[in-house]
Write a protein that binds this ligand. Structure first.
Ligand SMILES: NC(=O)c1ccc[n+]([C@@H]2O[C@H](COP(=O)([O-])OP(=O)(O)OC[C@H]3O[C@@H](n4cnc5c(N)ncnc54)[C@H](OP(=O)(O)O)[C@@H]3O)[C@@H](O)[C@H]2O)c1
Length: 489
């Protein structure tokens, strides 16, 4: 079994997500008793106090509640060490300590290095791991690197980062996290598509009118204004989560469920997304920034008044785009995407709108019915919604629209692993299907880079929208121009 080294072990992500996930795995008997965790932070901390704080975090953040026995076992295998990431000698000390433990306990020498740290440290830590020889284990063991988002902030910086980490770890041992991929309904996209005879044969330009992907948040920048202002909605949400959703919804069936077979198909979709450049930007993109408004009955500040945000910031907190996957299956089908902060609803979903049924002779009284919609709900509810038409009961010819709404979390909530739990399990197993490969990241950065660098500020069409709305009016117009609308289901 492996050692897990959590760089940033005292940070927010470790406290709220990573340690509770390891605890959940322990509760379910999915974490080997031979798995030890080294948590690395900068500040000196009393290890007992640190572990006590972890316990509170794990018990309050876990869906499984407090299991003293499981915690006792896990916590006896957690060690807190502090050093500055820039201190090269500290890695050698850590290596010596870990090797000693591995020898004493007869462990395999397999290790997972998890970067729960600011992206500024990704290269420094990886490089130091390499210099201390921590990237190479004994024959039969593995050394894996898990890296949090964001992976670069442009194509160039992503390439540079990739080049640096690839010097130390081969691609097969690099696990780039996009925690969206571990969300149950995102994993379920392939399940719904490839296990239902009523959907897959219709899954193309012949029957689908458009696809809409929305990832809307009510939250603002939540004290991370400084970080967010250097990113914006396109880099923070579209380049990663939304591109992954497009690729899963539009990909061809992979030959198998092997990680690389799935990723081969996903990357083809990204490569087929038609470029958006200066000339056609205005018809295909709306960027927005929230001004002061009201969310859930409470007044909230505008983006430029958030802490850490310059008063003349031109960073977008909203983006809506019309994309197209220009291959045989999808040519001509708009893929509308939108994402934003401080919107009236928290909503992550994919809507597949089918073409309206052409009238059959004799059924003219059934006027134009509403389109069939298949909605894959990701959050806050998760499940599947389907809209269809039927005749109103009685002697009338009137057609009415009905919905079937399946709530997955209502049925399986207790048994569903949290995203990070699933990701840990997969890294330990060596299953990379829910992690992004370099060519997927490179392909999606190319698209975002072209949008951001291929046009002037004016062409970017930045609009203000009131906090607590569904984004700028121009986002509605993007679809209305083409006789369509956003479905806020
Ligand atoms: N927080 C989340 O919910 C979340 C969600 C998704 C992705 N992420 C990503 O996860 C990463 C970590 O985020 P976070 O929110 O956990 O950050 P954070 O709370 O600021 O934690 C940073 C960690 O790094 C350590 N650290 C910082 N500088 C160091 C140095 N020079 N030497 C040694 N240790 C140092 C800190 O140690 P001290 O505490 O001792 O200073 C702390 O353990 C980021 O890439 C973020 O984008 C976070």
């Amino acid at each position: 079994m492996c050692l897990i080294v959590l760089f940033g072990g005292s940070g927010d992500l470790s406290r709220k997500k990573l340690m509770p996930s390891l605890y959940n795995l322990q509760c379910q008997g999915k974490l080997s008793e031979d798995c030890h965790v080294f948590a690395i932070g900068r500040r000196e901390r009393n290890e007992k106090e640190y572990i006590k704080a972890l316990k509170e975090g794990a018990f309050s953040n876990s869906r499984l509640g407090g299991d003293e026995r499981a915690w006792k076992s896990l916590s006896s295998r957690i060690y807190y060490r502090n050093f500055d990431f820039g201190d090269g000698a500290a890695y050698e000390r850590l290596e010596a300590e870990m090797s000693k433990l591995e020898n004493e306990k007869g462990l395999s020498g397999s290790r997972i290095y998890y970067m729960a740290v600011s992206p500024d440290y990704f290269t420094l830590i990886t490089d130091s791991i390499g210099k201390a020889g921590m990237n190479k284990g004994a024959k039969g063991s593995y050394r894996r690197l898990v890296i949090e988002k964001p992976f670069g902030r442009s194509l160039e910086s992503a390439r540079l980062l990739n080049c640096e980490i690839s010097r130390v770890f081969p691609e097969k041992d690099i696990y780039r996290i996009d925690h969206y991929l571990a969300k149950e309904m995102i994993q379920n996209i392939m399940g719904i598509r490839f296990s239902n005879a009523i959907f897959e044969p219709l899954w193309s330009r012949d029957n689908i009118d458009n696809i809409q992907i929305s990832v809307c948040e009510k939250d603002g920048v939540q004290g991370r204004g400084g970080y967010y202002d250097g990113a914006g909605a396109l880099r923070d949400m579209v380049q990663n989560h939304i591109m992954q959703m497009i690729s899963l919804i539009c990909m061809e069936p992979p030959i198998s469920l092997e990680a690389d077979e799935i990723r081969d198909e996903k990357v083809k979709v990204i490569k087929h997304i038609e470029k958006i450049k200066g000339g056609n930007l205005k018809e295909r993109m709306v960027l927005g920034q929230y001004s002061a408004g009201n969310v859930d009955g409470g007044d909230v500040a505008g983006y430029r008044d958030e802490e850490g945000v310059p008063s003349d910031s031109a960073t977008e907190t909203f983006a809506a785009l019309k994309l197209e996957v220009a291959n045989r299956r999808w040519k001509g089908v708009p893929v509308y995407i939108r994402t934003g902060k401080r919107m009236s609803r928290k909503l992550a979903q994919i809507v597949v709108q089918f073409k309206t049924f052409c009238q059959i002779h004799g059924f003219e009284p059934y006027k134009e019915p509403m389109p069939n919609l298949l909605v894959i709900r990701v959050q806050p509810k998760d499940g599947v919604f389907f809209q269809f038409n039927m005749k109103k009961p009685g002697s009338t010819e009137e057609i009415v629209t009905q919905q079937m709404d399946y709530c997955r979390s209502c049925e399986y909530s207790e048994n569903t692993p949290q995203a990070y739990e699933r990701l840990f399990e997969d890294v330990i197993k060596g299953d990379a299907s829910l992690f992004t490969r370099w060519d997927e990241i490179e392909g999606s950065w190319k698209i975002i880079d072209e949008i951001l660098s291929g046009c002037t500020r004016e062409e970017q069409n930045m609009q203000f929208y009131e906090a607590g709305s569904m984004g700028p009016d121009e986002s509605e117009e993007l679809l209305q121009r083409e006789g369509r609308r956003w479905w806020n289901i």
